[in-house]
Design a protein around this ligand. Structure first.
Ligand code: CTP
Length: 403
């Protein structure tokens, strides 16, 4: 997603500096060239050698270290496509907002003409300080992009707002800003299902499953970021800046999908659909009887994925099924893609506690119609979503000419 992009990271002197090691890896893994500039205080929290090794580049700090004929702050400002200052201390934020350039990092910021992303991190009282807030507003009004800090346990021992934003948020913002002119899915309609369906037994009881809806939501978020007209059909309560349709049962999900089918270019069926529902919903709470056992009669729900695949009369929509397995993952996934007739199937092992259902991480295999398997290593669901969309888009874009 960041192939060939030049990212300059500015690290200032806060404890969250150590977290940036991981951000460097995320950018590098996505194909970016990463350069780093630090304030002298940043090196109290993270070593130059670590940053150098991870970025595979020299780390700049001194303002008057001439290694080239060009003044360093100008050459750094020219080369980079984006300047990500993380963590940004109250001090650096305030200096930049007031045009002060008393070290290499702030000098680069002053000379930088392309997007600057600022991810503040500081103690909660410093964060709520009116001067800091005014300076941030000033930066925002001049098109600096702020990734706000989160609430939580702070390094100083208190709890409050000021903790560096999740790295995935800083990463996503970088991708969004860099791909702004390259909304590769604009003009495409992406429909995603998420969550586990809920099949009512009576007004107080239901049959469902552990699906959190996180994977599907991450796919919809990323599709939206890439400019797609996005529709998320979900069993969970979500608030998004794109269309969401809240459903409960498999039948409701099927109705919602049918409405979107004709205009969709891609359908990602990541919801965990209950295979059965009770034959007869009891409108009153089912009462306990003297019997030690009760029998619930279940009837099969429609196989929505299979029905959609059967309905397809042209190359579009490209339909992506998901399968959650507890054993024989690849084998079962290959059988499912053939049986259901979808274009891709994304398989994950739900017997593992570290990935899948409620976890924030996942590890999946993407299988195409030719039964070619691609493994996506364990990482955050947001990153897995990117990989899934990238793989599906790359392999299907020649045929996807719906709109
Ligand atoms: N699916 C569906 N309708 C169903 C059941 C599943 O559309 N009634 C879809 C899911 O959204 C998913 C895919 O089919 O994309 C595979 O779901 P999974 O539960 O793994 O497979 P099943 O077909 O239900 O098979 P089994 O439960 O026997 O593994």
């Amino acid at each position: 997603m960041l192939s060939g992009k030049n990212i300059l990271i500015g690290i200032t002197g806060g404890i969250a500096a150590y977290k940036i090691c991981e951000l460097i890896r995320m950018y590098k893994k996505s194909g970016a060239n990463v350069k780093i500039v630090v304030t002298p205080n940043a090196l109290n929290f993270v070593t130059k050698l670590t940053l150098q090794t991870l970025s595979q580049n020299n780390v700049a700090m001194e303002q008057f270290e001439i290694t080239d004929y060009k003044p360093e702050h100008i050459s750094y400002a020219d080369e980079a496509d984006i300047f990500v200052i993380a963590p940004a201390t109250a001090n650096t934020i305030s200096k930049i907002a007031n045009g002060i350039a008393d070290n290499l990092l702030t000098s680069i910021a002053l000379a930088f003409k392309k997007p600057i992303v600022i991810a503040p991190a500081m103690n909660c009282n410093m964060w709520s300080n009116p001067f800091v807030q005014e300076n941030l507003k000033k930066l925002e009004s001049h098109s600096y992009i702020i990734v706000p800090p989160e609430s939580g346990f702070l390094a100083c021992g208190t709890t409050g707002e000021g903790r560096l934003a999740e790295l995935s948020k800083i990463y996503d913002k970088t991708v969004e800003v860099l791909n702004n002119n390259k909304k590769i899915l604009s003009g495409k309609k992406i429909v995603v299902t998420a969550g586990g369906t809920v099949e009512d037994i009576d007004p107080v009881r239901f049959i469902s499953n552990y699906s959190s809806g996180k994977m599907g939501t991450a796919i919809a978020d990323y599709a939206n970021q890439l400019g797609a007209e996005t529709v998320l059909i979900t069993t969970k309560d979500v608030q998004k800046n794109y269309k969401t349709v809240k459903v409960k049962s498999a039948l409701e999900m099927q109705t919602a999908l049918t409405e979107e089918f004709d205009t969709a270019d891609y359908i990602f069926m990541s919801a965990a659909v209950a295979d059965f529902r009770v034959k007869e919903f009891n409108p009153q709470k089912t009462k306990k009887t003297a019997e030690d056992t009760i029998t619930l009669e279940l009837v099969k729900n429609p196989d929505i994925l299979q029905n959609l695949c059967n309905k397809k009369i042209s190359e579009t929509p490209v339909i992506i099924g998901f399968c959650a397995e507890t054993e024989n993952l690849i084998e079962n996934a290959k059988t499912k893609i053939q049986k259901k007739g979808c274009d891709f199937i994304v398989a994950n092992d739900v017997s593992r506690k570290d990935i899948g259902f409620s976890s924030d991480e996942n590890e999946v295999y993407i299988i195409d119609k030719n039964l070619e398997v691609k493994k996506i290593e364990k990482q955050s669901k947001a990153k897995i979503a990117e990989e899934i969309i990238k793989e599906v888009y790359e392999k299907s874009r020649n045929i996807c000419t719906h709109k």
